[in-house]
Design a protein around this ligand. Structure first.
Ligand SMILES: [Fe+2]
Ligand SMILES: [Fe+2]
Length: 494
C-alpha cells in the first residue's frame, strides 16, 4: 500500500517535471485536461505570432539558431539545445514543481497554507503585479529588435535570440496566469500585453526603462546586466508570493533569467578585456585618453562608465519610490515578499521594525529610519545594488590585471533619477547635489552623448563569419553548450 502511494506520487512528480509537447502549447500544467484555458491560450496564440512577426527580431526568422528549449523543470537538467527557426520555437507554460504543504512565508497571512486560487480580497493587486511583470517581457524583445543586424559574432547573435525567445516565453507565463485565474479581465489584460509597444507615444510599455532604446550591443549588454537583474529581483520577490501558481511560475523563470544576466556580465567583460588588450598592444598608458583609444577601434573605458551610469540609474527607477504604501500593502497581503524572504531571520511581518532609507533632507542626502513595511522598495533596491557590485569587481579585475589604474563604479543612487526621492534634484555620480545649470553643462561627462553614441554605432559592423568576432569585443572563454570556438551558432538564411 505504502509502496503504491509512493509510486503514484513519484509518477505525478515526473509528469510535472517533464513538459507535455502533445498540445499546441507545451506545458507541465496539464492543459490537455484544462480545456477552457487551453482554448483561451490557443485563441491568444495567433495574436502572439503576429506580434512576434511585427516586433520580434528583425530578419533571421528563417535562420537556424542553436537554441535551448525547456523540456523539464528539473533543475539538474531542464533544457535541450538544437537548431530551431525562431517562429518554430515552442513557447510553453512551465511552472516549478509544487512544494508540498507550502505556507505563506510573510505578511498578515504568515504561516497559513499558500493559496492555489486567487484570494478575492487581493485579486486586483495580484492582477496588477502580474500585468506589470508581463509587460516588461515583450517590451525587451521590442527594444532589442534591430540588434541582429549588427551582431559582433554568431555566438552573440545566438545569445540575443535566446534571450528574445525566452522573454517571449515569460510573456506566455504571465498570460497563462491571467487567463487561468482572472477570467474575462485576465483575457483583456492578455490582449493588451500584445497591444502596447515599447517607446510608442500613444500606447507605451508601462515602465520607463522599457521604453528606452537599445541602440547598440554595449547597450544590450548593459540592459541584460542591469535591467534583467531588476527582473531577477522582482521575480525573486514574486516567487515568495502566497499565490502559489505565481510563485511556481516565477521560480522557473529565474532559471532562464540567469542566462540573460550571464550574457550581460560576460558581454561587458569581453568588451573591457578587448579594450585593455588593444590599449596595451598600442602602448597607451592613460585609459582616459579617449581619442587615442577610440582610434584603435575599441570602446574606451570612460564611455563604458557612462553607459553603465545610464543603465544602472534607469534600472533603479524600476524599483519605484523608496517609501511606498503599495509595497507595504503587497507585503501585508502576502502577495509580494522580500528577496530571499524565507532565509531572512525575523518575524516576516515587519509590524514594528524600521529600515534606513536614503532621503533628501534640507537639501542633503541622509539616511532616515522608516517603517520597514513602507521601505520595502528601498530594501529590494539595496539588495539589487549589492548584486550589481559583483560584476563590477570582475570587470575591474580585468582592468587591474592589464595594469591600468581605472575603476568602473556604480553611480550614487541620487544620480539621474526620474522616480523617487531624487527625481527633482540633480546630483553627480559621486552624490554631490548640483544646480540645473551645472547639470546641463556637465551631464555629457557622465551620460553618453550623441557623439559617444555615434562612435559606438560606428563600431557596430556585423560579423557573421564562423568563429569570428568584431574588433571591439573578445571571444568568450567557453562556448554555449560547451561548443568549440568555430561552432556555427546561427545558420543565416537571408
Ligand atoms: Fe523575462
Ligand atoms: Fe530576462
Amino acid at each position: 500500500m505504502t509502496e503504491n502511494v509512493s509510486n503514484v506520487s513519484k509518477e505525478h512528480a515526473m509528469n510535472i517535471m517533464n513538459v507535455d509537447y502533445s498540445t499546441k502549447i507545451p506545458n507541465n500544467v496539464n492543459l490537455s485536461e484544462d480545456r477552457q484555458v487551453l482554448k483561451a491560450l490557443e485563441g491568444w496564440h495567433p495574436g502572439y505570432m503576429n506580434w512576434w512577426g511585427d516586433m520580434g527580431p528583425e530578419g533571421f526568422q528563417q535562420s537556424l539558431v542553436y537554441l535551448r528549449t525547456a523540456y523539464s523543470v528539473d533543475p539538474r537538467g531542464w533544457a535541450k539545445f538544437d537548431y530551431v527557426k525562431m517562429p518554430d520555437y515552442r513557447w510553453g507554460i512551465l511552472l516549478a514543481p509544487q512544494e508540498e504543504n507550502r505556507v505563506i512565508p510573510f505578511g498578515e497571512h504568515f504561516g497559513e497554507p499558500a493559496w492555489q486560487e486567487v484570494p478575492g480580497e487581493h485579486r486586483a493587486m495580484l492582477r496588477r503585479l502580474i500585468v506589470i511583470q508581463g509587460d516588461t517581457e515583450p517590451a525587451s524583445v521590442e527594444q532589442q529588435r534591430h540588434l541582429g543586424k549588427t551582431a559582433p559574432s554568431l555566438y552573440d547573435l545566438r545569445n540575443l535570440f535566446q534571450v528574445n525567445v525566452e522573454e517571449g516565453r515569460h510573456l506566455w507565463a504571465m498570460v497563462y496566469l491571467l487567463q487561468k485565474y482572472f477570467g474575462r479581465d485576465g483575457r483583456e489584460e492578455a490582449d493588451d500585453l500584445l497591444r502596447r509597444r515599447s517607446g510608442d507615444a500613444d500606447s507605451p510599455r508601462m515602465l520607463g526603462a522599457f521604453n528606452e532604446a537599445t541602440p547598440d550591443w554595449l547597450s544590450f549588454f548593459m540592459f541584460t546586466y542591469f535591467t534583467d537583474r531588476d527582473g531577477k529581483m522582482q521575480l525573486h520577490s514574486l516567487a515568495q508570493s502566497g499565490f502559489d501558481p505565481l510563485s511556481r511560475t516565477c521560480r522557473f523563470m529565474l532559471t532562464e533569467e540567469a542566462h540573460h544576466m550571464f550574457v550581460g556580465e560576460t558581454g561587458i567583460s569581453r568588451v573591457v578585456q578587448r579594450t585593455c588588450e588593444a590599449m596595451k598592444a598600442a602602448g597607451i598608458s592613460d585609459p582616459s585618453d579617449v581619442a587615442k583609444v577610440r582610434a584603435l577601434g575599441v570602446v574606451d573605458l570612460p564611455t563604458i562608465q557612462k553607459k553603465l551610469n545610464l543603465h544602472y540609474s534607469l534600472s533603479l527607477d524600476l524599483f519605484g519610490s523608496e517609501v511606498s504604501t503599495n509595497a507595504a500593502n503587497a507585503f501585508n497581503a502576502g502577495v509580494k515578499g522580500r528577496f530571499h524572504e524565507t532565509q531572512i531571520k525575523d518575524d516576516h511581518r515587519l509590524q514594528n521594525s524600521t529600515y534606513p532609507v536614503l532621503k533628501l533632507v534640507n537639501g542633503e542626502i541622509k539616511r532616515v529610519d522608516e517603517p520597514a513595511l513602507t521601505a520595502l522598495n528601498m530594501r529590494l533596491r539595496d539588495d539589487y545594488t549589492q548584486d550589481c557590485v559583483k560584476g563590477l569587481l570582475r570587470w575591474n579585475k580585468i582592468i587591474s590585471t592589464a595594469g591600468y589604474d581605472f575603476k568602473l563604479t556604480l553611480p550614487n543612487v541620487a544620480f539621474h533619477r526620474q522616480i523617487g526621492e531624487f527625481k527633482d534634484i540633480h546630483a553627480t555620480p559621486d552624490g554631490v547635489l548640483i544646480d540645473d545649470a551645472t547639470w546641463n553643462k556637465r551631464k555629457g561627462e557622465w551620460l553618453p552623448s550623441t557623439d559617444d553614441g555615434d562612435f559606438i554605432a560606428s563600431l557596430m559592423i556585423p560579423v557573421t563569419g564562423v568563429g569570428e568576432f568584431a574588433s571591439w569585443i573578445s571571444p568568450p572563454k567557453v562556448g554555449i553548450d560547451n561548443k568549440p570556438g568555430d561552432f556555427e551558432y546561427v545558420k543565416i538564411e537571408t
